[in-house]
Design a protein around this ligand. Sequence first.
Ligand code: MN
Length: 254
Amino acid sequence: MAALFVSDLHLCPGRPRTCRLFLEFLSGPARQAESLYILGDLFEYWAGDDDLDDPFNAAICAALRALSDTGVPLFFMAGNRDFLIGETFARAAGLTLLPDPALIETAGAAILLTHGDTLCTDDDAYQTFRAEVRAPAWRQAFLSLPLAERKARIEALRLQSETEKRGKPMAIMDANPAAAAEMLAAYGCKRLIHGHTHRPAWHDIKVDGQPRERWVLPDWHESGGYLACDAAGCRLLNWPTAASVQQKKKSGKN
Ligand SMILES: [Mn+2]
């Protein structure tokens, strides 16, 4: 059995295929997992746990709950888009909230987890914005606004962020390798897993002359993917896999 890691699903009603793939993942490979870690940006945005009445959000929450009810431990770390997820959602979905970063132990090995946005240290404007919206006072003030107003403000922020991203060099929006090495060194850990950059990869790095691993999770859109880690190591897997597509054809579903 392996611990599975996913991130950057960006689920929203406008992406029905991605949602279907994720639901199939939850009722498929995730059922056989030792545990499932969702490392942020599960949702395209999250306006607050009082938005759980929304049928789309309720359906995703119920699917997570169904997995958790089968006994698979489920963990969630917030991303930059769904950092307003709180204890109410966590209880409803049957998952445990993790801080960012979080040091976990699975299959006898320590693994450091982070969403990944704090590693983008070359993007000063983003880090300033992040510090502002992650302050407890900002969170409290924002969550006290009416839900409709929160949604309108988030929509405006998303448009602004899309425009800004177009003007930024790609390199600025990637994880800074030195920041990743520093994080590993600070926790004395050999393996780091993060998402956010949408650049799935396995980076073999050196920290203080010692071999270390940095795994970057893929985002989900037309297809998805996940990282599986067990005593033998980690591997990035596509979802859906060729095998499951085959299986689905045989059973006549699509
Ligand atoms: Mn992100």
